[in-house]
Each structure stands twice: as structure tokens, then as C-alpha cells.
Design a protein around this ligand. Structure first.
Ligand code: M6R
Length: 599
């Protein structure tokens, strides 16, 4: 959701092209318009467009050593060229781009209108521009200063990260919420500001993550970080770009999503690498908690649901909360509570807001995040990096698997298994998944099924017990990418209403494990068959009741059932193949953003 990319070069005059290339790397965040502004001795030259920049191929910009670019995901005002960022100040002394929402935008806009400010766009961003200009006038300043930026920033409510480039080539950025990273090239001749680390690959060799509440300025070739509130200097040091953070290649796959699905067979073991002490500390904290909450949004909420389910089976009082439905849990949260938070990005506004009130109530926050330097990591008492590598497709796959494995590991430690045993079984699962991916017969069957399902309007996914969360996640994947109306249900819920929707040929994906729920799932399958439904069953063993059977291996280790993961992989593949068949953009589904940083 919205992205910033800015560079200041010492000698290269192709800053515009560099920023354009940088914006392409943050496209995955989701956007509907974009803009690039280049600064040279003649001033600023702006280029803005609606639509996707990846479709434009090579673009040329005027020569200049400084440029600021932005990808906009519309919140205030429609998808138009005028509303696209960056916005140029009326006095032409600076340009500004923003990620976030100015919540008191109406009040500030009215103030500016009273003062005679003439708006060119419908955005909340222009309110910041107007306030900065007004403040410059008040302070009789020709140049924008950090003091002015600080005082205006403090007037804004909501979470906002802004980047500013001035006419004299000074650059400023303030972070509140949405991420901000500063990178520099090997000889420090080039400086970059970006919304994520991954996009800096190829440009920067080291980076520093700017924390929420901090301002960074690059003035006269000097980089300074300060606290926005106090103006106090913040010491910092650059860290080298790690190899993992720089893998941004499709490596021969037709989409990042497909690549990330296949990566699940090799990155899950990384979740536990080098973390034994930390996992044990977390298990102990959970054991001593009065109430354990598990929290996440969308896909992450299903991982949260699954972790709470296995915790309860171990006798731990655990409740799963979907970030956007948290109000009723406020009274249950206190200093004896623990909250396990899942988030790929660590920037989901709905999730972070809950974490903030839980922290205020004294609860301990444990998080499993995939993006280094994210807001959620900062808010956590026990921050964990999932270490599954950058996830660039909008749909979450390997990060979700990482969260599930994280939860399963903690639960297994709680029930007394040794860390080394857990590690071994995760390796074993990866191995099994590799073998399954290599099975041409199964893979062909999934492709053919995708073809037969592509014109269906509705599809249902049933799972029970351990596989209930898996059914919800499978359905979400199918909706997001192939735009089929899919709903996940508990197998037990069928008779209580859903069965009314089953008619001749209605496809129903059924997730069946060799566990205590199998008999009930078989009943549900018979009932669907009896009404002409088309049952596609994902299971390790065949049964004459199944119209179609997708064979998957079923790995179990004490309380850990990898069927929860394995039963989802066919849906991940089905949705990709269906989307491809329909000609949809697998990596960037319509209307969705990778990280949902606004509420
Ligand atoms: O970055 P997060 O994991 O916090 O994001 C949460 C959801 O927005 C995310 O999982 C969303 O549901 C994805 N589109 C799922 O594929």
C-alpha cells in the first residue's frame, strides 16, 4: 500500500530512471497510480500517471541527480493524475510524497482553506504540503528546515510516513508507521530512501531502518537521524544487505507466487534456525500466562486460529482474535496476558493498533514477522523473524506456512518435545513436500482440475478440527487470486445451512486427515455426493466416496500434524493455475495491497 523511493546521486544524472526502477521493485505493495519527480538546475520536473508502471517498459526522464518517486494506493480522492504523488509546493521549493492517512485531514484542510490555500488535489497529502508552506511563510524561511517539518508533523494525527525533496537537493523523511529504510552505495556516493529493504537490492550495499517517530535528513552530504518529538540526535549504524533480503528474482517461475509456493519446501526449517533459546523463553512465558491471545489479519488470522486451537488442546486458555474484531476482548486483557501476533509485513494497521492497546494494558507481545525493521517488531517484547525470505506476491503463502510452523514449534516445546526433534521433523516435511512437487501425476491432476474449475462461480472448502483453519485459508487463496467465490467451513457446519447451496456439480474441496475427525468428514462427503456435489478430496488415503482424490503425504509427530500445511498446498496451486488460465495477474490481484497500512 503506497510506496516511496527516493535517491540522491553525486555524479549520475539518471536519478529519474533509478527511481522508476526502484518503484517497479515496490509495485508488489499495491498501487493504482504513480509519480516521479526529478530535480535539476531548472527545478522540478514531474511525471505522473494512473495505472501500472510495469506495463510501460523503459521510461526516460530529464537529467538530474535527485529524484523522488511514489506509488499511490488511493484513500482520499479518486485514482487520478492530480491525486498521484509527489505533490509540488506552490512556492516550488519542495516536493512531498506520503504513505498513510492524515486522520484530521478535514479539519486541517478547512483551516488551510480559511487561510486562502488553493488545493490542486483531493488528497490528504496536500494538506501536509499546505501546512509546510504556511509555516515557511510564518517563519519567513525561503528553505524548508527540519524544524518546520517537525512542527507540522506534530499537527498530524494518524500514521504517516513522508519523504521530501527540496529545491536545493536536501532530502528529509519522517516515519510514523509505514516503513522507511535508508540505503547507501559502496562508496557512499548514492543515497536511497525506500519503503522496504528488498527494493534496495542492486542499488545499496548497506542500510539502516528508520524507526517510527524518527526523522532522517540528508543535507550537505551528511546523514542525520533525530527524534521527531524532541529533535534529539539518534545514534545509528548501517548494516550490510543480507543475501536473503536481495533475492528478488522469479528464478524461472511465471510468477512470484508460484516461486514462493515451491519455496515452502526449503524455507520452513529457517523459522527455527538459531532460535532455540528464544523459542524456549517464549514457551515459558506462555506457560505462565493467565490468558493467551493469538492475533492476525486475513491469512495471518488463520495461522492465529490454528495456534490457539493447538494451545487449547494442550490445556492453555488461548483465544484467537481477528485484528479487525478485537473490541470485545479488551476487558479480558491485562498484565497477565500474552499475545502471539502474526504478520508477514509487521505493518498491518489493524493488527498494530490492537498490539498498542494490549501493550498499554501490560500484556506481553510475542510476534512472528517476515519483514525486518517493521513497526510490529519494534512493539514486541519477543520479536521473531520468520526468515522465510522476501514474499513479493500479494497473496501470502510461505510467510503463512512460516507462521504455522512457528506456532507448532512453540506448542510442541510446551508439550515436552526436544527442540532438536522438532527441527528434524520440519526438515522431513520439507523433504516430503519436495518429493510431492516432483510427482508429475499429482501435479498434472491439479492442473487439469484447475481447468475444469475455472468457469465455476462458487466453490466450498471443508475441514474439521486441526484442518478447520486450513479450510479457511484455502478458500481465501482461491478468492484472492482466481476471483472464484470460495468459502471455507467446518465439515460439521454443512448440515446447519451450507448444504442448501449444494447442487449438481457444485465443487467442494474436502480436507481429510487420518484423525478423529475422519468419520465425520466422510459423512459430510456422502451428504454432498447425495446432492450431486463434486467432491475433490485432499487426503493421504483414497476412498470410494471421493469423486476426485488429490493424494498428499501425511506427516505427524506427536502433537504436530503437517497435514494442516499439506492440505493447503493444492489450493495454492489451483488458484495460481486458474488465475493464469483466466489471464489474471497472479502476483498483483485486483484491489489488494501487500501490506495494509491504513485502517
Ligand atoms: O502483513 P500481514 O501478514 O499482517 O497481512 C495480513 C493480511 O492483510 C494478509 O494476510 C492478507 O490477507 C493476504 N492478502 C493474504 O494472502
Amino acid at each position: 500500500m503506497c510506496g516511496i523511493y527516493m535517491t540522491i546521486q553525486q555524479t549520475d544524472v539518471h536519478a529519474g530512471e533509478k527511481v522508476f526502477a526502484g518503484l517497479k521493485k515496490i509495485e508488489y505493495r499495491g498501487y493504482d497510480s504513480w509519480g516521479v519527480v526529478v530535480l535539476n538546475k531548472f527545478g522540478f520536473t514531474l511525471k505522473k500517471r494512473t495505472g501500472k508502471l510495469s506495463k510501460l517498459g523503459q521510461m526516460h526522464f530529464v537529467e538530474g541527480k535527485c529524484a523522488l518517486g511514489h506509488t499511490r494506493w488511493a484513500t482520499h480522492g479518486g485514482v487520478t493524475k492530480e491525486n498521484a504523488h509527489p505533490h509540488l509546493a506552490k512556492n516550488k521549493s519542495f516536493v512531498l510524497a506520503q504513505n498513510g492517512v492524515v486522520e484530521n485531514f478535514q479539519e486541517l484542510r478547512e483551516q488551510l482553506l480559511d487561510w486562502g490555500y488553493d488545493f490542486d488535489s483531493e488528497t490528504d497529502t496536500e494538506v501536509i504540503v499546505g501546512l509546510l508552506e504556511f509555516e515557511m511563510e510564518q517563519q519567513k524561511e525561503q528553505k524548508l528546515t527540519s524544524k518546520i517539518i517537525r512542527s507540522v508533523f506534530r499537527k498530524l494525527t494518524g500514521r504517516n510516513t513522508i519523504a521530501i525533496l527540496t529545491q536545493s537537493g536536501d532530502s528529509f523523511a519522517v516515519r510514523d508507521g509505514s516503513p522507511l529504510i535508508v540505503g547507501r552505495s559502496k562508496d557512499s556516493a548514492e543515497i536511497y530512501f525506500s519503503s522496504d529493504v528488498v527494493s534496495l537490492s542492486g542499488d545499496a550495499v548497506e542500510y539502516v531502518v528508520i524507526q517510527s517517530g524518527q526523522m532522517v535528513e540528508y543535507v550537505g552530504k551528511k546523514l542525520k537521524i533525530t527524534e521527531v518529538k524532541s529533535g534529539k540526535l539518534v545514534p545509528f549504524s548501517f548494516v550490510p544487505m543480507s543475501l536473503d533480503a536481495t533475492v528478488v528474482d522469479k528464478e524461472g517461475y511465471s510468477s512470484f507466487m508460484l516461486k514462493e509456493i515451491y519455496e515452502q519446501a526449503k524455507v520452513l526449517s529457517k523459522v527455527v534456525v538459531g532460535k532455540e533459546k528464544e523459542f524456549k523463553a517464549v514457551a515459558k512465558t506462555i506457560k505462565n500466562a493467565k490468558t493467551v491471545f493469538t492475533l492476525g489479519a486475513g491469512t495471518a488470522s488463520y495461522a492465529a486460529g490454528h495456534t490457539a486451537y493447538i494451545l487449547r488442546k494442550l490445556g492453555v486458555p488461548a483465544v484467537a482474535i481477528a485484528s479487525y474484531e478485537s473490541d470485545s476482548f479488551k476487558q479480558l486483557c491485562d498484565e497477565k496476558s500474552v499475545c502471539i501476533v502474526y504478520s508477514q509485513s509487521g505493518e498491518t494497521a489493524d493488527t498494530n493498533e490492537v498490539v498498542e492497546w494490549m501493550k498499554a494494558k501490560g500484556a506481553k507481545i510475542i510476534s512472528a514477522v517476515n519483514m525486518p525493521g517493521s513497526t510490529l517488531t519494534q512493539l514486541s517484547d519477543f520479536p521473531f523473524m520468520l526468515q522465510v525470505g522476501p514474499e513479493l506476491a500479494v497473496a501470502s503463502t510461505k510467510a503463512f506456512f512460516g507462521q504455522m510452523v512457528w506456532g507448532m514449534t512453540v506448542c510442541e516445546l510446551l508439550s515436552g518435545s526436544k527442540f532438536v526433534e522438532i527441527k528434524e521433523i520440519i526438515y522431513k516435511f520439507e523433504q516430503q513436500l519436495r518429493v510431492w512437487f516432483a510427482d508429475i501425476l499429482v501435479q498434472d491432476k491439479i492442473r487439469k482440475l484447475a481447468e475444469s474449475l475455472v468457469h465455476k462461480q462458487h466453490l466450498f472448502v471443508l475441514g474439521r478440527g486441526d484442518l478447520y483453519s486450513s479450510s479457511l485459508e484455502s478458500a481465501l487463496k482461491l478468492k484472492e487470486i482466481s476471483y472464484i467465490h470460495a468459502e471455507g467451513f467446518s465439515g460439521g457446519e454443512l448440515k446447519h445451512g451450507v448444504i442448501a447451496l449444494i447442487e449438481q456439480g457444485t465443487p467442494v474441496l474436502c480436507l481429510v486427515a487420518e484423525d478423529e475427525n475422519k468419520a465425520n468428514m466422510l459423512n459430510a462427503i456422502s451428504e454432498i455426493n447425495a446432492r450431486g456435489g463434486f467432491t475433490i478430496v485432499i487426503a493421504s488415503k483414497d476412498n470410494e466416496l471421493y469423486k476426485e482424490w488429490i493424494e498428499v503425504p501425511e506427516l505427524k509427530f506427536r502433537g504436530m500434524s503437517f497435514m494442516t500445511l499439506m492440505s493447503i498446498v493444492p489450493s495454492q496451486l489451483l488458484t495460481c493455475y486458474m488465475a493464469m488460465k483466466k489471464g489474471c495477474d497472479v502476483d498483483k490481484p485486483r484491489n489488494l495491497a501487500k501490506s495494509v497500512t491504513v485502517k
